[in-house]
Design a protein around this ligand. Structure first.
Ligand code: ATP
Ligand code: SF4
Ligand code: MG
Length: 351
């Protein structure tokens, strides 16, 4: 007997986040909207690492902020799996009902230097979610902090120190400890290794992998760095101007992309080993990233796409659809194009 497919942990449906642009002055009118997240649908499966990639300003952080409801989405649904086996729409919950889910979904932010309060000890920083949610007090907080510090590779003896005593990598371990102290299910890592040196980055990526295995975590791993995403993610969603334009298993996306934007991102991935370089030449993307308050008609990518035609691409927005199997792409011409990918770094292991 085959087992039934597992229910998604989170099903994002037609999510929209449009920020109003206001003129100056107290009674200024709204002059338009920034379309930061535009009709986005995807699922996160329990136990997976789903990557979310795209250029700066494409809406990655906003999408993460919608999921943890630090902003209220302007449209759509966030169906989250409940303990009873049903789902609840996080987008529709009030502050009080949201609280248990905000404990189950935690965020690790990018900058280990600015995200830790310099006047708080590591004990206060890491223990704060426990205290703020009334889940522990006194020596129990210390015990839980000591345990999680050991888990992330820090000494419990560091508890009384302040952030300035730590290196960038150690501070990011503190950030991770704070995210994990409430034993979440889903961790949104937003550019969690982007500010770190290459060698420290590798250590933190290893730590995130180990923690995922040990603690049964699911990650939404947000990054603009295609190499980092390849190294840690099972599946990848590529975002452009507030929309997901490609979504598939990591290997499929990297080896055989189905969207011209993904091809362009991949062509810029540095591959020092010539055996791992792709077949395609570097695709230079023009700098004219469209204004998210005034996106182009038709396919949002047509103003920068080297395959755009002058009829359909400029007039009709492509849906995100299955091109082959469960490889999704939003391009009218995916079947006709043979786009260049890169050879997987991990192919090396099987040689
Ligand atoms: N609070 C806000 N009010 C108005 N516009 C916003 C707000 N937050 C984000 N935006 C806009 O929404 C768009 C998406 O921003 P977002 O920070 O989500 O992008 P990102 O993909 O995370 O970029 P980066 O890689 O630089 O972190 C941008 O145009 C940004 O200026
Ligand atoms: S729909 Fe047209 S413009 Fe858009 S990515 Fe495909 S070929 Fe390029
Ligand atoms: Mg961001």
């Amino acid at each position: 007997m085959t087992s039934a497919p597992q229910e998604p942990l989170l099903r994002v449906e037609n999510l929209q986040m449009h920020f109003p642009i206001r003129g100056r002055g107290l009674f200024a009118r709204t002059r338009g909207h920034v379309h930061a997240v535009n009709d986005v649908s995807f699922t996160i499966r329990p136990g997976e690492v789903l990557g979310l990639v795209g250029e700066s300003g494409c809406g990655k952080t906003t999408l993460g902020r919608c999921i943890v409801r630090s902003v209220q989405p302007t449209g759509g649904h966030l169906h989250y799996r409940t303990e009873g086996g049903g789902t609840v729409d996080l987008a529709a919950l009030g502050t009080r009902e949201l609280r248990p889910y905000q404990q189950r979904i935690r965020v690790v932010f990018q900058d280990p230097f600015s995200s830790l309060n310099p006047r708080m000890t590591i004990l206060q920083i890491v223990g704060d979610p426990l205290v703020a949610n009334g889940l522990a007090h006194g020596s129990e907080v210390e015990d839980r902090v000591a345990e999680i510090l050991s888990r992330v590779g820090l000494s419990p003896g560091h508890m009384r120190r302040y952030p300035h005593a730590f290196s960038g990598g150690e501070r990011q371990r503190v950030n991770i400890a704070r995210a994990l102290i409430l034993q979440p299910e889903l961790v949104i890592a937003d550019e969690a290794v982007s500010a770190l040196d290459v060698s420290v980055r590798a250590q933190i990526l290893n730590l995130l992998r180990e923690l995922q295995d040990d603690l049964d975590l699911t990650y939404l791993f947000i990054s603009h760095d295609m190499s980092v995403v390849e190294s840690i993610c099972n599946r990848v969603a590529v975002m452009y101007l507030g929309r997901i334009v490609e979504l598939a298993d990591t290997d499929q996306v990297y080896r055989r992309p189905e969207h011209p934007y993904t091809e362009a991102l991949l062509s810029a991935v540095p591959r020092p080993d010539p055996r791992l370089r792709g077949t395609g030449r570097r695709v230079r993307l023009s700098d004219n990233f469209p204004d998210p308050a005034n996106p182009p008609d038709g396919c949002y990518f047509h103003t920068r796409c080297r395959y755009a035609d002058k009829e359909r691409c400029v007039a009709e927005a492509p849906d995100l659809r299955a091109v082959t199997g469960d490889h999704l792409a939003a391009c009218h011409h995916s079947e006709a194009l043979r786009l260049a990918g890169v050879v997987s770094e991990h192919a090396d292991e099987s040689r």
